[in-house]
Design a protein around this ligand. Structure first.
Ligand SMILES: Cc1cc2nc3c(=O)[nH]c(=O)nc-3n(C[C@H](O)[C@H](O)[C@H](O)COP(=O)(O)OP(=O)(O)OC[C@H]3O[C@@H](n4cnc5c(N)ncnc54)[C@H](O)[C@@H]3O)c2cc1C
Length: 454
């Protein structure tokens, strides 16, 4: 079977890897090509290694225990490269009311959590007695307000949604963006009971936070190395057409044209929409309708004494009510010691999000100034950074808004009529690294399942 994977971000690389593995396990012949418009693989996922610093462009870590991600790393022989997050970095903060507060990790610390009123804190603890189940899809905010009250929904969940998706808790679907929360409700009724039942603790024990000595690029480089000649960089897919007798033709921007039995579009949905449009305008319209939040980052290296208060723990997220124009700041050299030379601190401000739609138009100098202002207000800045890196993720982070699952089902229903056309990447079934690895198995199954059916 001839298979093309279009897009060599993590979604495309892991899908290609799984498709090839499935072929080996089934004893099936495979001609695989992976195309990417860029001159390097990895898409958003990229690590710069300079002067003893390891600076991430997108994910700085992934969570894994037993499961597909651990299996993939074992197959790739990457265990020796893995580094575990420092347990001291479990301490996370929220910027609220102009200063940092340690996020509560248990009922006692919640009772002392100043960003919420005493009534709001008690409302969280009363959750097991007040909650009721709702069957329909709802927003993250509505779900959280029903469980832990509107104040905690705003301060805790609103902040988390900004930190992970750059998104708005009132718009994102809890079912699509945080399915684990629906599972907790289904299994325990109450989130507090789920916590007390030790569910979170068991989950933490099973899944822990990891990266690689040389940053997340280690994973990308290894996956690309495995693909060998199958990976074609500087190869943008320009036109996709369906053959009357079944199968597809893909034309690259340089005019090169190839036939394939199956095509996996592992692109941002707007780019996928452009390729799908000649085949099915409705599917293209639906793909183009998946919203995204612009995202960028400023990494900053400081001499250790440049910050008046030593940055503690993992870093902080910014509550939606605050005027700090960053979504959060990660203290990279705390989470993974070895990311910065001795005597220095490496932090990374994540910026943009749905609340800052003009982010892409800001100059590098502007976003660097915003990042430094946030550092100054959080920890106090005595001297300028030793150096900075500015990174932008043009396509940003897809937003799984209310109706996401229904939209995806409609798109997949329409594409299924072509037999052999599949979607991969972070716009559909999960944005996190581990979710993309899980999804690669689903995509490979669909590719070979469709092949068996054909
Ligand atoms: C700032 C930031 C922080 C993050 N932090 C975390 C984290 O801590 N933990 C975590 O688990 N996840 C995190 N994520 C999420 C994770 O990094 C991304 O979801 C993931 O890397 C996206 O991979 P992808 O393959 O879906 O998309 P992309 O990386 O966008 O890949 C798409 C690829 O398609 C290519 N392409 C586009 N058009 C064409 C065309 N016409 N022809 C051929 N190729 C084309 C592009 O060049 C690109 O390589 C973060 C993301 C961001 C932005």
């Amino acid at each position: 079977m001839r298979v093309a994977v279009v897009g060599a971000g993590l979604g495309g690389l892991t899908a290609a890897h799984a498709i090839r593995r499935f072929a080996g396990e089934r004893g099936r012949a495979l001609e695989l090509e992976v195309w990417d418009a860029n001159d390097r693989p990895g898409g958003q996922l990229f690590s710069v290694r300079e002067d003893g610093f390891v600076v991430e462009w997108a994910a700085n870590a992934f969570r894994t225990g037993v499961g597909p991600t651990a299996d993939l790393l074992a197959r790739l022989g990457l265990q020796a490269e893995q580094v575990h997050a420092d347990p001291a970095a479990n301490r996370r903060y929220v910027f609220h009311g102009g200063r940092l507060h340690l996020l509560p990790s248990d009922p006692i610390s919640l009772l002392n959590f100043a960003p919420m009123s005493p009534e709001g804190r008690l409302r969280v603890l009363a959750e097991p007695f007040l909650t009721h189940r709702v069957g329909d899809e709802e927003s993250v905010f509505d779900y959280a307000a029903r469980h832990i009250g509107p104040e905690a929904a705003e301060v805790l969940l609103g902040t988390m949604v900004r930190g992970i998706y750059g998104g708005d808790a009132r718009k994102l679907s809890v079912d699509a963006a945080f399915p684990i929360m629906r599972e907790m409700e289904r299994d325990h009724g109450s989130l507090v009971v789920a916590g007390l039942a030790g569910m979170q603790k068991r989950m933490r024990e099973r899944k822990t936070t990891w990266s690689f000595r040389g940053g997340m690029r280690t994973l990308v480089d290894r996956l690309a190395e495995e693909l060998g000649d199958a990976l074609r960089l500087d190869t943008a897919a320009a036109v996709l057409s369906a053959e009357a007798a079944g199968g597809f033709r893909l034309r690259a921007a340089d005019g090169d044209e190839r036939p394939f039995d199956a095509v996996v579009l592992a692109l941002h949905p707007a780019a996928a929409a452009g390729l799908v449009a000649p085949l099915d305008t409705e599917a293209a319209r639906e793909l183009a309708g998946i919203p995204n939040a612009p995202i960028g980052m400023v990494a900053m290296a400081f001499a250790r004494d440049a910050l008046r208060t030593p940055p503690d723990g993992f870093g902080f997220l910014v509550a939606p009510s605050e005027d700090l124009r960053v979504l959060g700041i990660l203290i990279e050299s705390n989470v993974f010691p070895g990311r910065a030379p001795d005597g220095t601190v490496l932090v990374r401000a994540i910026m943009g999000g749905v609340d800052d739609p003009g982010f892409d138009d800001r100059s590098d100098a502007d976003i660097e100034a915003i990042a430094l202002d946030a550092v100054d207000r959080a920890w106090g800045l005595a001297t300028a950074p030793l150096r900075t890196w500015v990174g932008r993720q043009g396509r940003g982070i897809p937003q799984y808004v209310i109706g996401h699952h229904a939209r995806l089902a409609r798109i997949e229903g329409r594409l299924a009529r072509f037999g052999g056309l599949h979607l991969a990447g972070n716009a559909y079934r999960g944005i996190a690294v581990g979710k993309l690895v899980d999804d690669a198995e689903v995509v490979a199954s669909a590719v070979w399942g469709a092949a068996a059916a054909g």
